[in-house]
Design a protein. Structure first.
Length: 146
């Protein structure tokens, strides 16, 4: 190897151009003249005035986002379940009274129908909220609510 055959390990850096030809020459991307072109420029945030004038809602107002439970009428339990059956969310899904929504079990509540809470079968309701009239009807038929 001779001196004229040597090559650099790293390439030469390109020199930064100044003035009309470079990337950030002359005005350096600040436009021309005025407050924005000066060093230490600071513009008053006017949007803050508009934000301050907007009326604010006080307090924690997120109670309205609660999902209401899906009502299940007691007569549908009378039709779809046998005597001595256990009624929970999984058995309701198996009986196709409710559907899984977005991969989750839906919130349900067992309510009475307008005709009167007629229940002749002895069923055990587990892990599902029930209305007071339904609870009385289940206990009257010999079942229980857990």
């Amino acid at each position: 190897m001779q001196i004229h055959e040597l090559k650099r390990k790293t390439k030469n850096k390109k020199s930064v151009q100044v003035g009309r030809g470079g990337k950030r020459g002359k005005t350096a991307g600040r436009g021309t003249k005025g407050q924005g072109a000066r060093a230490g420029r600071k513009i008053r945030p006017e949007i803050r005035d508009r934000i301050k004038k907007i009326p604010k809602l006080r307090g924690y107002a997120f109670n309205t986002i609660q999902v209401k439970p899906l009502p299940i009428i007691i007569s549908s339990i009378e039709k779809n379940f046998e005597n001595g059956a256990v009624v929970d969310i999984n058995t309701l899904i198996a009986a196709k009274l409710v559907e899984i929504y977005k991969g989750r079990n839906p919130k349900v509540k067992i309510v009475g129908d307008k005709k009167g809470n007629i229940l002749t079968k002895k069923v055990t309701i587990v892990g599902i909220p029930v209305s007071g009239a339904v609870k009385a009807a289940v206990e009257k038929a010999g079942g229980e609510v857990k």
